[in-house]
Design a protein. Structure first.
Length: 253
């Protein structure tokens, strides 16, 4: 009864709008039975399970598959970034709560950690956070001329978002485009701090005309740009846009 009351108190103390971060872990190819779960808070980290097994075919006719277990205990920071991994699978604690697909194994004063039965572990941490309101990851056909892209983001975390810098890079897509063009941030309404619930935007000037020519017989070039922010958010998400540039001079081979 006492442990239940303690869990309830901690759950009530947890931040109401804390953000959920997945526990990062990349298993080797062919991994099966992957379990990633946070089991306890230890100082400013989460400790839990990151185990799986691999099946390999035995030699000869009628041979059975050989199972190799990879049992590990992992440590993550409070934003789900993997810090360390040591051999040995930890004991599974009793769940403190279950809701939908979410199983919670531990509460802290401000967050919780556990496993989602959809296949990932998580930690909930109060933090600054932002999301791109402009559709991210799109692709647009554009002419062989200067082009502007404006991306809007919203501060949707638990505290004001601190913005320390902004960068944009252009890159090629595929093999027929010899150069990516140039991109530069031309305007921004994002200052050094963005209050919770507020929005701001970053405008990029993209110049594909520095692509001298393309090997595509139709005069197409394939490029993309990525806008990155340096912030105090637990997770940083790039804004990306892909392009099919039309009307590019065809290379004279």
């Amino acid at each position: 009864m006492r442990s239940f009351m303690l869990a309830a108190l901690l759950m009530g103390a947890a931040a109401a709008h804390a953000y959920e971060y997945p526990l990062q872990f990349a298993a080797q190819g062919g991994a099966q039975g992957l379990t990633v779960a946070g089991y306890e808070f230890r100082s400013e980290t989460v400790v839990g399970n990151c185990s799986y097994y691999v099946l390999t075919s035995g030699g000869g006719r009628g041979a059975h598959s050989v199972r190799t277990n990879h049992y590990h205990t992992c440590t993550w920071d409070l934003y789900g970034n993997l810090l360390s991994m040591v051999p040995g699978e930890p004991s599974v604690p009793q769940p403190l709560s279950e809701s939908g697909t979410e199983i919670v194994y531990a509460f802290s004063v401000t967050g919780k950690t556990g496993r989602d039965t959809r296949g990932f572990g998580f930690v909930v941490t109060p933090s600054a956070h932002y999301s791109w309101e402009t559709a991210n990851g799109g692709h647009a056909p554009i002419p062989y001329a200067d082009y502007k892209v404006t991306a809007t983001l919203i501060s949707d975390g638990d505290s004001a978002l601190k913005i320390e810098g902004k960068t944009v890079t252009a890159a090629i897509s595929g093999t027929v485009t010899p150069s990516p063009g140039t991109a530069a941030i031309s305007a921004s309404t994002c200052g050094s701090s963005l209050a919770v619930g507020a929005t701001c935007s970053v405008t990029v000037n993209y110049n594909p005309k520095t692509i001298r020519c393309t090997d595509n017989p139709y005069g197409y070039a394939y490029t993309k740009l990525a806008v990155s922010l340096v912030t105090d958010a637990g997770v940083t998400e790039e804004f990306t846009e892909g392009f099919t540039v039309t009307g590019v001079p065809i290379c004279d081979n």
